[in-house]
Design a protein around this ligand. Sequence first.
Ligand SMILES: [Zn+2]
Ligand SMILES: [Zn+2]
Length: 254
Amino acid sequence: MNYSLTFLGTGGGRVVVFRQLRHSGGMWLHFNGINILIDPGPGSLIRMFERGLEPKDIDVFILSHRHLDHTSDINAVLESATESTKRKKDLLIAPEDSLKECDSVVLPYLKKGIKNIEYMKEGKEILYKDLKITGLIKHIHKGADTYGIKIEDRNKKFVYVPCGRFFDGMLEGYPEKSDIMVFNTTFTHPVPNVDHLAASDVKKMLLKLKPKKAVITHFSLQMLKAVPEKVAEVLTEETKIPVIAARDGLKIEF
Ligand SMILES: [Zn+2]
Ligand SMILES: [Zn+2]
């Protein structure tokens, strides 16, 4: 059995992503034989080839929300993965507002290259082979529908906390004791009126949810200046849960 997570990018926030201070290709999740691409932002296709990963091997595509840093490369990746829709792919999951007719982040012709498109919703369970993919609590995130995501089989449970402003409901809306939990931790401390998680929010969630392992990623300039490894070290000390600061290209087995 083989479970791993490769970070094709770790940037977050306008400056870091759109000046490429960190890469922004999303995450490649390998779940015991099934490959899942999550949030292919700018450069995702390039980063895959750099890491020796093959777009044609992707089984499931997941967009946590429609913002460009999470979706801008989805069309290039689908074109590559489906050989321009000739080799159909199994499953694409995204919130409905990412895919609506007039304003879809996925080009209409490429949707024909996907056998099944599912809209992510709170509490919705999507079954794929041995996997169950569940939409968790809805986040507060700048007008884009965004949901927490749980992916599990009978052996492992992966949980993704995408972008959004912290609120107490998140302490109840996420499951406890997952094998690995990934947090889009854009800031060290909350920034008023900006809908992003901070390390201080992650601390509250870790103390309540107690995953076996946690990863912080999606870093802003504020976070890069604070040095993500140091922030992760403090979180580890404070929560007694191993917290890793993601780096571009980092691969974690879990
Ligand atoms: Zn966003
Ligand atoms: Zn983002």
